[in-house]
Design a binder for this molecule. Sequence first.
Ligand SMILES: CC(=O)CC(=O)O
Length: 659
Amino acid sequence: MKVEEGTLLWEPNEQQIKQSNMYAYQQWLAEKKQLHLNDYASLWKWSVDDITSFWETIWEYFNVISHHPYQHVLSSTSMPGTRWFKEAKVNYAEHVFKHKNNSNPAIIHASETREMQEISWKQLYQDTAALQQTLKNIGVTKGDRVASYAPNIYETIVAFLATSSLGAIWSSASPDFGKQSVIERFQQIEPKVMITIDGYQYGGKSFNRIAIIEEIQSTIPSLEATITIPYLYDDADFSNLKRPITWTDAVHASKPLELTYTPVGFNDPLWVLYSSGTTGKPKAIVHSQGGMLLEHLKSTHLHLDLDKDSRFFWFTTTGWMMWNFLVGGLLTGSCIILYDGSPTYPDERYLWKFAEDTKMTVFGTSASFLTSSMKKDIHPGEEFDLSNLKNISSTGSPLPPEGFQWCYTHVKKDIWVSSVSGGTDVCTAFLLGSPTLPVYAGELQCSGLGAKVESYDPNGNSLVNEIGELVLTKPFPCMPIFFWNDDDGMRMYHSYFDTYRGVWCHGDYIKITEKGTSIIYGRSDATINRGGIRIGTSEIYRAVDQIEEVEDSLMIDLPQPNGDSITPLFVVMKDRKPFTDEVKRSIKNNLRTHCSPRHVPTHMFEVKELPKTLNGKKIEVPIKKILMGASIEQVMNKGSLINESAIEYFINLAKEWNK
Ligand SMILES: CC(=O)CC(=O)O
């Protein structure tokens, strides 16, 4: 059933608003700064008009611990190159352990091979202190890189916290990444230590990774030691790895140790994340300790409403920035919930049951998981006790209005649903939710405080209620400080700043409404442009998704020499139902009526599956390039796909078309 975009679905009541962290911050601003910004719109406007004062209040509100006073809030307002809180010396992990005396659990974790377990703040602190000592013994100091090839399990969190406590730089690849993808990432940053598992289970199948890890290590001469986590087997043989130290030894301490914190410059690196572009090695994106600290404090406490009584889950692997965002929840004293495995194993209901078992308050996931639950007609609200659940958050791709409605109809009536957007480049969401605002179908509730998000036309004019390029027109503390091995900064410059001078261009299409909400339409380089009418692919998928028999779809715009374009649509049928003429007719009708007659596909093909990244994203631009004649090697690394074999279909089709 089609749901009208912009339909009001939920509003917080007065009590909910008054109990929110956003409200408390507004009260604090009124009391301490005489700033009476009672509605979100005026609060946001002030936060972006006066970014200096705004970020300074965030510093003050969260009592940031600095080992040296800062000189200025920001060095200049021109981008790129803004530096924040110069001279300040901070440590991310130190802020996590402000909560070390919290008596609630710090972490709840489970996986396909591990029963659910609770970890106290005390244990998290002690294990981190012991691992810190082991890293110190290996010789890890400020600025050294620690590379993790471990899943979303407890040990990985400890390893990150121990690394950042030393001012060392964290970098992670998920164990489902193929050998070449990992080498391309870790070779760039020359890590001193690697943290790894022996293997993992996914969807009931076991994957032994030891041989792959040995090969990876043979290409990284900088490695001096390996911390080994026996995860899949009790007796894994790690002996061929570089100076292996077992996890048990690494966190063993004869007496409880005191964790120390190495103060680092606010603009020094915290971690390196990767984004694979269409050419060259993945971009190694470096974020700062201080920038991430302030942004995660703000987004998790104010926008996600987390505090010490929350239980915060996001379904993610360690190869997606949402893992780093999930860790950010610890800054608020919230318990974070980890799950490693397939979200649909042993069946599609599993994560909803997990929500009941863990008494989750925030269930974060991808839009594709929610729409798949919707398409499978699952009714979690009837089957499970979700009384603790306050918020469902979604990201990865736009959540269609029907996905919002499904949450209200089949999960819970009184629930706050937030669809959020940002990404690896900033390691956060700059479009997100607020507990004080209403929820409208298909719309992201608000732009984040301090994030001057605008929609630009090609000439750099700001648009309201019209689709344009998503840009950030003022500096934001969690923009990358640099890309690794990009000495002249040109790769970073070309990634964000060469479309509009001095403005961050994110690469998504967005519409910002008069209400301050927004709608994302997918990647701007994957837009379908027929006869000058540009339409984001998310609108196409939404129209096709409404056909019951269809499970998934992908549309590509292939420009032709005559200036026109062809737009093939690739369709995955649900439960192998036949791709009949009637289905094709319904697809055409839906696209004609919901998008425009020009967006009816020129060709339609049934495919068994669509190639997706390890984060579950469709790869529109690489497929476009392959269909236009590029080789797979020129456009992407197959190892970054969850289903490598699915790309073969497109390679063969390209051969046929480009004969
Ligand atoms: C927050 C996000 O934007 C996550 C993503 O889509 O990668």
